[in-house]
Design a binder for this molecule. Structure first.
Ligand code: 13P
Ligand code: SF4
Length: 300
């Protein structure tokens, strides 16, 4: 532990704060977190925690979900503009237009979305829970927002449903193309391909395993293979390499990096704890409506 990390831990204890971190956070941040999780677990942990002060090392929608699930707690996001560009691709009026167009459809909203968009939806999902949630709904028609790649993947898993897709995507995962997987497979012919469902279908068709960040970590741990091509943010390959030195992990491309996730650093995390920066404040009515969609997801 370096001096900054020690100071962060001290302050965390002094203030009785809980530090939550997503798996895409740099490893020095993960080392000071109480829990490092995928987005489903982050939402659950935030809701279940006893601490009254939560610091979210992740992006805005993760901090907002924590606040919505525990409105009585103070939730801090160390860098206020650490956002998710996919979440910015859809507005509440887009959801209202879709609901008007398909009145008998249920709206399933990926958590990578704003509180206002969640408030317009019937239920939220994450990549680890999306299939189960879509199956659980009585409606045949499902409006799936905003990620068209995750939506298309779920449509392939649940063909009995009619999934209406929206044109949102993750600019990081969506940039990877078929030629990139083929190049990675050519360079590492014995490697298994583990990919996140935010990747395009043309990429996912080469995957030996498709799942959330925690699913990919678990699949790599359990597999008897020795080499893996990791089709998601580069920190997952880094984390696996540090954990399992007897196995080899290759990022699918050199550019698989989420710049927003990397805005959180040890200095700004320390400053967040010292100065109570930057508190998540949301409209009460919007929070109340969004809570219902998030709670259904967590409880299902
Ligand atoms: P997970 O739910 O798999 O952690 O993914 C969150 C995310 O933003 C992926 O880009
Ligand atoms: Fe959003 Fe993509 Fe970054 Fe995940 S990797 S937080 S979906 S921009």
């Amino acid at each position: 532990m370096n001096e900054l990390q020690k100071r962060i831990i001290e302050l965390k204890h002094e203030k009785n704060a809980l530090i939550l971190a997503h798996y895409y956070q740099s490893l020095d941040i993960q080392a000071v977190a109480d829990h490092v999780c995928d987005s489903f677990e982050l939402a659950k942990r935030a809701g279940a925690s006893e601490e009254k002060l939560l610091v979210m090392c992740g992006v805005r929608f993760m901090a907002e979900s924590a606040k919505i699930l525990s409105p009585e707690k103070t939730v801090l996001l160390p860098v206020p503009d650490a956002g998710c560009p996919m979440a910015d691709m859809i507005k509440p009026e887009d959801v209202r237009r879709l609901k008007h167009e398909y009145p008998d459809a249920a709206v399933v909203c990926y958590v990578n979305s704003s509180a206002a968009v969640k408030a317009e939806s019937d239920i939220c999902c994450t990549s680890s829970s999306a299939e189960k949630i879509v199956r659980s709904l009585p409606n045949k028609k499902i409006i799936f927002i905003p990620d068209c790649n995750l939506g298309a993947y779920i449509a392939s898993k649940v063909p009995e449903k009619e999934i209406i897709l929206y044109e949102g995507h993750c600019p990081i995962h969506n940039t990877v193309r078929e030629k990139d997987v083929l190049a990675a497979k050519k360079a590492h012919p014995n490697a298994q391909v583990l990919a996140h469902p935010e990747c395009r279908p043309e990429v996912l068709k080469y995957a030996d395993y498709i799942g959330s960040t925690s699913g990919i970590l678990e699949a790599a741990e359990k597999s008897h293979a020795h080499e893996f091509i990791i089709g998601t943010e580069v920190t997952i390959a880094e984390k696996l390499s540090a954990q399992f030195s007897e196995k080899k992990f290759y990022p699918m491309t050199g550019e698989f990096l989420c710049p927003d996730m990397k805005k959180i650093s040890l200095p700004n995390l320390l400053s967040s704890l010292e100065n109570m920066e930057h508190e998540i404040i949301l409209d009460k009515d919007e929070m109340d409506k969004a809570r219902s969609s998030l709670e259904k997801m967590v409880n299902i």
